[in-house]
Ligand binder design. Structure first.
Ligand code: S3P
Length: 416
């Protein structure tokens, strides 16, 4: 049974942004609840290589910002590791610096599409060369001008890269998305003093003279909490409270969909800080299938692997569509989930932009799962291991380091 209370680590998206914006702000930014996962450490190391003094003390971080033009030319290549957020957001900042720098990352990063940021940043005047649209990226800072950009994808990484470049541009910059993606950049930039206006799926940023340091309390990551929501829902007799979880409406699609499927989930102690936060109470539930499509997709994009896993034990066929973006995450998450779920005997059909999963009441175990070194695939199958007939073995457990280094310890703690 999954029992008790748990505070999962800090939000990955918000932790990255706190270090990035703190580095280009004037003054000292104090971050509490920082995620010490490998992705956010990549961001810290990159800004250190550009001369920013950053003190890490467990989950408390001090960033001694040097202002919008205070970054120094790095002596080495900037290594983003596995982190798409680092690669794309930092590219937006580097596009306006007075030096040339090179950004790259691991094998997965070098396969993830970068044209989606190269195109709009180049329209703003940036000078970026790449390996045919893939990292390594060589970025030579330029004078930028504002653009009105209609993004073909709903992606907060693309939107944020453009908005960050827009801070340095000579005229306002507007990004319009096909559906609204997470708005952490907008909320945090405002807290640092930038001028932004949003309406529906568009955001405009005005040129900025200076950002000012701010204190950031990072809520727990709803994307990490989702694995424990799933565990509590799937294991009979479970009752769990997840504390202090970020429930920004651009991120809470997983809660809305689980409720629609019949899950016992309650939001308690809701507070509205600069990011909305609440405790989430969740217990064992019998679920029915649903269709997940359209504008809700960006609000639960990282939770689709665990949602697909939950759907394996729901009554009926769950359909996930409009989720083509899953193919360009840390792994091709549509293909990987379909392949690996079918090893458990699940009836799953891979489609062009999603998958169809028919629920069962028996998951075979005694299988080896290929995680493709993707942290969210590893955590998804670790949760299914709680309810499968035999052991589900992972070819790489360590990849959880990317977003949740203590994942297996925490799972042991609440699995009583
Ligand atoms: C993120 C945005 C999302 C998400 C990723 C983090 C961010 O990616 O999948 O884990 O911090 O902006 P896309 O913007 O590519 O959809």
């Amino acid at each position: 049974m999954i029992k008790g209370r748990l505070r999962v680590p800090g939000d990955k998206s918000i932790s990255h942004r706190a270090v990035m914006f703190g580095s280009i702000a004037k003054g000292t930014t104090y971050i509490k609840g920082f995620l010490t996962g490998a992705d956010c450490i990549s961001t810290v190391l990159i800004f250190k290589k550009m001369g920013i003094d950053i003190e890490l003390n467990d989950t408390s971080v001090k960033v001694y910002g040097n202002g919008l033009y205070g970054l120094k030319k790095p002596k080495e290549i900037l290594d983003c590791g596995n982190s798409g957020t680092t690669t794309r957001l930092v590219s937006g900042i580097l596009s306006a610096q007075e030096f040339t720098s090179v950004l790259t990352g691991d094998n997965s990063i070098q396969k993830r599409p970068m044209s989606r940021i190269i195109t709009p940043l180049s329209m703003m005047g940036a000078n970026i060369t790449s390996n045919n649209g893939f990292a390594p990226l060589t970025i030579t800072g330029s004078k930028l001008h504002g653009i009105e950009y209609k993004s073909p994808v709903a992606s907060a990484q693309v939107k944020s890269a453009i908005l960050l470049a827009g801070l340095y541009a000579q005229s306002p910059t507007t990004v319009t998305e096909p559906a609204k993606s997470r708005d952490h950049t907008e909320l945090m930039l405002k807290k640092f003093g930038a001028s932004l206006t949003s309406s529906k799926n568009s955001v405009t940023v005005n040129p900025c003279n200076e950002l000012f340091a701010s204190d950031i309390a990072v809520p727990s990551d709803i994307s990490s909490a989702a694995f424990f929501m799933a565990a509590a829902i799937l294991v009979p007799g479970s009752e769990l409270v997840l504390e202090n979880v970020g429930i920004n409406p651009t991120r809470d699609g997983i809660i809305r969909i689980l409720k629609k499927m019949g899950a016992n989930i309650e939001i308690i102690n809701h507070t509205d800080a600069f990011e909305p936060v609440a405790d989430i109470s969740v217990s064992y539930s019998k679920l029915h299938s649903t269709t997940v499509e359209g504008d809700i997709i960006p609000t639960l994009i990282d939770e689709l692997p665990i949602l697909a896993a939950i759907a394996c034990l729901a009554d009926g066929t769950t359909v996930i569509k409009d989720a083509g973006e899953l193919k360009v995450k840390e792994s091709n998450r549509i293909h990987v989930m379909c392949n690996e779920l079918s090893k458990l005997g699940v009836d799953v059909v891979e489609t062009e932009d999603g998958m169809e999963i028919t629920g069962t009441n028996k998951l075979c175990g005694n299988v080896a799962i290929a995680t493709h070194d993707d942290h969210r695939i590893a955590m998804t199958f670790a949760v299914l291991n709680l309810v499968s007939d035999g052991e589900i073995r992972l070819d790489n457990k360590n990849c959880v380091e990317i977003s949740y280094p203590e994942f297996f310890n925490d799972l042991n703690k609440v699995n009583v």
